[in-house]
Design a protein around this ligand. Structure first.
Ligand SMILES: *[C@@H]1O[C@H](CO)[C@@H](O)[C@H](O)[C@H]1NC(C)=O
Ligand SMILES: *[C@@H]1O[C@H](CO)[C@@H](O)[C@H](O)[C@H]1NC(C)=O
Ligand SMILES: *[C@@H]1O[C@H](CO)[C@@H](O)[C@H](O)[C@H]1NC(C)=O
Ligand SMILES: *[C@@H]1O[C@H](CO)[C@@H](O)[C@H](O)[C@H]1NC(C)=O
Length: 264
């Protein structure tokens, strides 16, 4: 009996040392997100140790109640959770074994902006992380875009303030019918109105700056009308921009050219 106590004590003390040596590290960079997105607040123990059996407390000290997500005895403690976070948070239970105590917040709101504390009370570890949730409006054009039959048109639309929309769905419609859909840098044209087939594109590399303008080639008179650009997943006040397209017959351009000639 006596002989076995030694190794056990050594193992326990090694575990304690490991726990004491381990640092709780949260991202020093603020996490930025757009209202409506899902975000992960990354925090982990370095070197990794299992915290599956520990209490993990995510709080926001500026709120009352301050508890955002508490994981104790292997489960989420619903009691005390700040009601504005109900059903919107999780930790990654399988990842607790490797010391990953990150928390996910679903469908963030502007009011989720703040400093979050992550704590492991039994190990006396605590760290904090900043979340900033912004809102961008979708802006179309006050003035109609005017082109001549056969020309190309760019229908301007962008997010203000600029926001990277590459992972979001962008929908262009005219009179309720799909003109163009893009998501994750790809075009999804199954639902596209046949009249626009092969004539539409968006500037995927511009989407990082929130530019979701549409290019329409070889415009016909049938293309004239009211267009909308829409980012459905945005939670902003303005999720839809409006752009009117006016199409002039070719004769007008000739007239224009002549006028120019006369003036020269
Ligand atoms: C923690 O888990 C989350 C969710 O699976 C993952 O996104 C993140 O990269 C993990 N962090 C570390 C340090 O493993
Ligand atoms: C677009 O045209 C419709 C009617 O044709 C008009 O009611 C609307 O105000 C116009 N919108 C813009 C942004 O020009
Ligand atoms: C969006 O990108 C297009 C194509 O590069 C460009 O013509 C347009 O000016 C850009 N719009 C904005 C608001 O940056
Ligand atoms: C433009 O569209 C017209 C019909 O609307 C078609 O006859 C013509 O070939 C098209 N031009 C190009 C360059 O696609």
């Amino acid at each position: 009996m006596k002989r076995s106590t030694g190794p056990i004590l050594i193992i326990i003390s090694l575990l304690m040392d490991a726990a004491l040596d381990s640092q709780l590290i949260c991202s020093h960079q603020p996490i930025t997100a757009l209202a409506g997105e899902d975000v992960i607040l990354p925090c982990h123990l370095e070197p990794p140790i299992s915290v599956s059996d520990e209490t993990v407390e995510w709080t926001r000290p500026d709120l009352d109640p301050k508890y955002i997500h508490v994981h104790r005895d292997g489960r989420f403690m619903f009691e005390n959770q700040n009601p504005s976070y109900n059903f919107r948070t999780r930790v990654f239970v399988d990842e607790l074994m490797t010391g990953n105590v990150s928390m996910k917040i679903f469908k963030v709101k502007v009011s989720d902006t703040g400093r979050y504390q992550c704590a492991l009370p039994s190990l006396q570890k605590e760290a904090s992380i900043q979340l900033i949730v912004g809102e961008s409006d979708v802006i179309g054009s006050d003035k109609p875009v005017t082109v001549t039959v056969g020309d190309n048109a760019i229908l301007p639309c962008y997010l203000e303030p600029p926001f990277d929309v590459r992972t979001l769905t962008v929908e262009w419609k005219r009179d309720g019918r799909f003109v163009h859909i893009s998501r994750h840098g790809k075009d999804y044209l199954d639902l596209q109105d046949e009249n626009f087939r092969g004539r539409t594109s968006v500037f995927h590399e511009e989407m990082i700056r929130g530019n979701i303008s549409l290019k329409l080639t070889n415009v016909t008179e049938l293309d004239a009308g009211s267009y909308t650009c829409n980012v459905p997943k945005l939670e902003s006040q303005v999720r839809r921009g409006f752009i009117n397209l006016t199409v002039e017959p070719v004769e007008n351009r000739n007239k224009g050219d002549q006028t120019d000639d006369i003036s020269k």
